[in-house]
Design a protein around this ligand. Sequence first.
Ligand code: SF4
Length: 213
Amino acid sequence: MTPLLNLGDHPENFAVSTLNGPSLRYVLFVQGCAHRCTLDCLNPEYLAVKNKVLLSCAEVFDYIAKLQAERGIKGVTFLGGEPFEQAEALAELGALLQHNALSVMTYTGFTYEYIQQKPRPGWRELLAVTDILVDGPFLPKYASDMLHWRGSSNQRLIFLSERYNADEIYAQPLEKGFNLLVRPDGTVKLSGMQNKAQAQKMLDALRQEGLIR
Ligand code: SF4
């Protein structure tokens, strides 16, 4: 039986965005990452390797299918946390998404070569359902604001299927910014590429105004 997905939050607390891959996408954050590649990780709440929100692929897929019908999303981006630590479950979800004409973009702190040379259960299957892989750790010394959908220049966009044309992607103007999702309890989640210091400044200002907690 495929393991459950271990998500960083409930599916309705993740954004639909144009900032994490081509076209409008749902961004799914998984829980747990052992890489700790930077002290400036943008998703510190998803790092702890522990169970958080456990759901079956079918449950998550049902929610995504609703978004596809209601919001017209064109794909899903797997972020984290480390998606390859949950490769079997994400490969199953990815296959369902592909079957329903949704593209899959997967972030990982592992390099593509490492994944190919030292595959663990589900790794090959997750690659097989991924259209675009963003590989490698975020390395602050290579940080740049001028990269499509990644934070440092050692990270690569690797096109694993024919769905997207790399030249067309790179010809698109860079869209930078972040998503600010305010949860019903007033807490917030930032996602998308961002300058952490600027984002923190903005959050502080919103807190001072009493708009968020
Ligand atoms: S791989 Fe991603 S989630 Fe993990 S520490 Fe690095 S930036 Fe954070």
